[in-house]
Design a protein around this ligand. Structure first.
Ligand SMILES: Nc1nc2c(ncn2[C@@H]2O[C@H](COP(=O)(O)OP(=O)(O)O)[C@@H](O)[C@H]2O)c(=O)[nH]1
Ligand SMILES: [Mg+2]
Length: 336
């Protein structure tokens, strides 16, 4: 049954990866050259429907706008963002007397970019010895995987990273992080399951400082007994980190799963205040995500989108690049 285990190296571009990878022991850490954003996003709901729209209709008439509105709403872009976008585009088409598909595509691109560009602000960590990145979010969104990817990326840039296994509620979560740590060559500080997350993180900070490690990335639990418990735990964690360095955490990344659509907005509302979120990571944009939620997040909250997750492999984390994102979503050139 070799076929089951071995992934075909010459995978068809544009085809989303479906081969299962065990969450706790990722099979592959050295991935093939990363596929382009276009290859990953073209098959998303928004990518497919936008292409379809431009294939069927080439003039910005009433039917075109109505169809665009429907597909934006169905892609999780949300009502306010959709209405805003449609209004701006109508105005632009009128003012510029746009009548052909090429100009229409260009105008749509400009309006989408106007929403996305302001949130494309890359993660910049201070030289703080160590710089502290706290990673929060609900269970299953991809926190632990994102931490491994981020640590790998920072190490590739020449920075030493220490990972703190702050999700102490599940033994499996600690194990998962240790496996990743070994694969990417980053030390992982962990204690027994059930121990105090704040103590684990504080230990990690001290250890990093004494070893001269520049960055500490702390994992956290995604779920406690209820939402209030989770937020109280995160507040405590922040207090303990601030005792170590009043400026820390220097970044609090909220990880959101793009496939959960509008639910991601709700999670952001809950975490924003309580956890002091300073940046977002949107994962699973490669999978069955519809894509529009990124527009809603950008327009309704304006928080920096630091990275997007485009797959399960260690290399599949990219700084958010709105131009590449739009290259992936929009048709290359509408047929005349
Ligand atoms: N397709 C895809 N899967 C992802 C991505 N990020 C994480 N995952 C998967 O999502 C699942 C949950 O990830 P995990 O890091 O354990 O989530 P956590 O509970 O938030 O720590 C795992 O199976 C990951 O491989 C991504 O960008 N794309
Ligand atoms: Mg986890």
């Amino acid at each position: 049954m070799l076929r089951f285990w071995k992934r075909d190296a010459k995978e068809e571009p544009g085809k989303s990866e479906t081969s299962p990878q065990p969450a706790q022991a990722p099979a592959e850490t050295v991935s093939a050259p990363a596929r382009s954003w276009r290859e990953r996003l073209a098959s998303s709901f928004l990518g497919r429907t936008l292409r379809g729209l431009f294939e069927r209709r080439q003039v910005p008439d009433e039917a075109w706008f109505e169809e665009l509105e429907t597909l934006l709403l169905s892609s999780d872009a949300g009502v306010t963002t959709t209405e805003h976008l449609i209004a701006r585009l109508r105005k632009s088409c009128k003012e510029r007397r746009i009548e052909d598909a090429t100009a229409l595509l260009q105008a749509l691109r400009e309006e989408l970019l106007a929403i996305l560009a302001p949130v494309a602000r890359p993660l910049e960590l201070p030289r703080a010895f160590p710089a502290v990145v706290l990673v929060v979010g609900v269970n299953g969104v991809g926190k632990t995987t994102t931490i491994a990817k981020l640590a790998h990326r920072l190490r590739r840039e020449g920075r030493e990273v220490l990972i703190a296994a702050g999700d102490t509620f599940r033994a499996a979560a600690i194990e998962q992080l240790k496996v990743w740590g070994e694969r990417i060559g980053a030390p992982v500080m962990a204690q027994m399951p059930g121990s105090d997350a704040a103590a684990v993180v504080f230990d990690a900070l001290q250890s990093a400082r004494s070893r001269g490690i520049e960055v500490v990335i702390a994992d956290t639990a995604g779920r406690l007994h209820n939402q209030a418990h989770l937020m109280a735990e995160l507040a405590k964690l922040r207090r303990v980190i601030a005792r170590f360095d009043p400026e820390a955490p220097h970044e609090t990344l909220l990880v959101l799963d793009a496939t959960t659509g509008q639910n991601a907005l709700q999670q952001l509302r809950q975490f924003r205040e309580a956890a002091g979120v300073t940046g977002l990571v949107l994962t699973k944009l490669d999978g069955s995500a519809k894509g529009g939620v990124l527009l809603a997040l950008a327009r309704e909250f304006g928080l920096p989108v630091r990275f997007v997750g485009l797959g399960e492999g260690i290399e599949d984390l990219e700084p958010f690049d709105p131009q590449a994102f739009l290259d992936g979503l929009l048709p290359e050139a509408p047929r005349p």
